[in-house]
Ligand binder design. Sequence first.
Ligand SMILES: Nc1ncnc2c1ncn2[C@@H]1O[C@H](COP(=O)(O)OP(=O)(O)O)[C@@H](O)[C@H]1O
Ligand SMILES: [Mg+2]
Length: 363
Amino acid sequence: MTIGILGGGQLGRMIALAGYTLGQRFVFLDPGAESTAGHVGQLRVGAYDDEERLSELARKSDVVTYEFENVPVGSARFLNELVDVYPPPRALEVSQDRLDEKTFFQSLGIPTAGFAAVATREELDAAVRTLGLPAVLKTRRFGYDGKGQWVLRTRDDVARAWEALGAASLVLEAFVPFDREMSILAVRNRTGETRFWPLVENQHKCGILRLSTPKSAAWTSELQASAEAYAARVLVELGYVGVLAIEFFVLGNKLVTNEMAPRVHNSGHWTIEGSETSQFENHVRAILGLPLGSTRMVGCSAMLNAIGKLPPLEQVLAIEGAHLHAYGKDSASGRKVGHLTVRAESMKELADKVATLLPWFDF
Ligand SMILES: Nc1ncnc2c1ncn2[C@@H]1O[C@H](COP(=O)(O)OP(=O)(O)O)[C@@H](O)[C@H]1O
Ligand SMILES: [Mg+2]
C-alpha cells in the first residue's frame, strides 16, 4: 500500500521509517522543498490547499494521514472525498482552535482550566476579572512550542500582551499551578481496537519540550486510569483512527487537560526503543486497519530533544542504551533537529544516564 502524508517533517519521516518494515510506501506533500521526510520517501512540493497537488496525492495513496495539525481542514475534507483520511478531519478541526478544543473537552466532561474567548480589549478585561491573575493569554490558532502565548501576572502584562496579540482571536486561560506536566498517547484502529501507552512526564524549557520520561516516579495508577478514560471519550466521540496525544497538567492526583494533538507526538518518541510497539508503527497499523501492537514498556527509558544542534555523536553514543535519531535538518536556533532515547534496566540507572547526557542537550 502507499500511504500519503500531509506534512514532511520529522514526524512524517519517522512514520515512514516504521512503515517500511511493514512493507508500505510513502508519499509526502509539504510546501518546503527541503522537507526532511523527502530523504526517506517521495516528496511532492506544494501548498496544502493546492487542489491539483491534493488530487495527485489522493491518486497515489491508498490512505492519507497527516503529521502536522495546521493542515487546512478544508484540504483534509477535500481529500476525504477521494480517499480515506485518518485521523478524521473533525479531529483536526477541533484541535486547531484552542477555544473549540476546550469547549469540546468540556462537552465530554473532561476537566480543563477555566477559559474565556477574547476578541476585544473589553472582553480581555472581563475575562481577567472572571478568571483572575495569573492567567495565560493564547492565540486560538497556530500556536506551538509556547509561541503565541503570554503569561499575565500584572495589569501591565495585560496591556502589553494585548498590544502583542490583540490582532488575533484569543482565549484567556486561568493559570494552572501544576506540580508537573504529563501526556498520554493513545491509538485506535479502524475496528475500534484501542491501546494506551503509560503516561509520560514532560519537562519544557522556553516553551519547547526537552525531556520526556514515561512512567516516571510521579506516575500513579489513578492518574493513568483518568488519562485513559479521558482519551477514550475523545477517541470514541471522534470515531478516531490513528495515534492521539493529550497533554495534561498534574495537580496532586488530578489531571487538568491542556491540549490535544491528532497525530504522533514528540512525547511519544521514546516508544521507538522503549515500548514493544512504537507510536509510529501503531499509527501505521491503525490507519491500515491492522491489529495493534503491544504498548508494553521495555525497561525504563527517557527521551531528550536536541534543540538547535545535535549533541556530539561519539560521546552520546558511547553511553550504553543511548539511541540517537537525527532528522537530517540543518542546525538553527530553537529548531528540533533530533532526539535521543536512553534505555536502562532501573529508574536509578536511567537517572544516572540522563544526568550524564543532559549537559549536551542545552537543558
Ligand atoms: N493555563 C496554563 N497554566 C499554566 N501553564 C500553562 C498554561 N497553558 C500553557 N502553559 C505552559 O505553557 C506550555 C505550552 O502551552 P500549550 O498550550 O501546550 O501550547 P503549545 O501549543 O505551544 O504546546 C505548557 O506545556 C505549559 O508549560
Ligand atoms: Mg503543548
